[in-house]
Design a protein around this ligand. Structure first.
Ligand code: A2H
Length: 253
């Protein structure tokens, strides 16, 4: 992370069906607005490979009205930033219409824009920071070592994590090929660095760094509208395409 602002892409993941724990807290409360979990990503070009979404179990999320038709589920911190950036209808104004704990979002089914698997589930991740992005992470286990290792942990111990195994059933999807690691960069690095669990944060940070550089400088898209292009060229194009489709927006912090 450098000194300048991070240019994120906000990814709008519409709620299709609330999980059993969320239902009683949310149903009928938002004036018929469409509700989206909003993730912040630095790698919009990987969105074809979303297999699930992660929230933090210790994080409290708000539901924020963006306008009369839509509301976003994210941290208050992100809502404030978005209000200042003019992402909400009235610049500078925050309209909170609900609140929900991360644990209660688990098992909610959402749309995954641009993904080969059009609908995915919300799952728990230990290392989601409340102080970064929106507190919602879209999961791309083919290209993010953190996402791959967390998904692996959840599959090993579904009872421990309190999830239904079917929520973690979608396999990683190849999106980008790199000369050194093939079309499953994150799983290859997790293996190479002998990472055992999401608690191996030091090795995961190293894997993340390598995966990011390898993908950005040497990766080629193998799926989607920009198949055949380098990742460097495809990244802004996928972002623009998501914005044009109304499923993404520019967000900086
Ligand atoms: B990235 P940076 Cl495929 N807590 O998106 C923890 N991680 C968070 C987060 C939070 N509150 N908010 C966002 N993130 C993740 C895709 C991806 C990402 C891939 C590969 C690498 C990668 C799919 N997950 O990030 O600290 C999000 O995951 C590695 C750079 O601001 C976001 O982009 O650099 C990235 O971390 C932002 O991390």
């Amino acid at each position: 992370e450098g000194i300048g602002p991070q240019e994120y892409t906000g990814v709008k993941m519409e709620v299709v069906e609330w999980g059993a724990k969320a239902k009683p807290e949310v149903e009928g409360k938002f004036d018929g607005r469409r509700i989206f979990l909003v993730a912040a990503t630095l790698r919009p070009e990987t969105m074809y490979g979303q297999t699930n979404c992660f929230v933090g179990t210790a994080i409290k999320y708000g539901v924020f009205a963006i306008n009369d038709k839509e509301a976003y589920v994210m941290t208050l911190r992100a809502a404030r930033n978005m209000a200042y950036q003019g992402i909400t209808e009235n610049r500078g104004e925050i309209k909170q219409i609900g609140e929900i704990e991360g644990t209660k979002l688990i098992g909610t089914r959402i749309k995954a824009p641009f993904a080969i698997n059009p609908e995915v589930y919300v799952l728990p991740m230990d290392n989601v920071l409340a102080t970064k992005g929106t507190g919602v992470v879209t999961s791309v286990p083919s290209d993010s070592p953190d996402d791959f290792q967390t998904l692996t942990d959840l599959r090993k111990k579904p009872e421990f994590y309190g999830i239904d195994p079917k929520w973690a059933a979608i396999d990683p999807v190849p999106v980008i090929t790199t000369p050194t690691y093939g079309d499953m960069t994150a799983p290859a690095l997790v293996k190479k660095l002998k990472i055992q669990s999401q608690k191996d944060t030091k090795q995961l940070a190293e894997a993340k760094e390598i995966a990011y550089k390898e993908g950005f400088y040497s990766g080629t898209m193998i799926v989607g509208e920009f198949k055949g292009l380098s990742v460097q060229d495809a990244k802004p194009k996928v972002r623009e395409s998501m914005i044009a489709a109304g499923v993404g927006f520019a967000y900086a912090e």
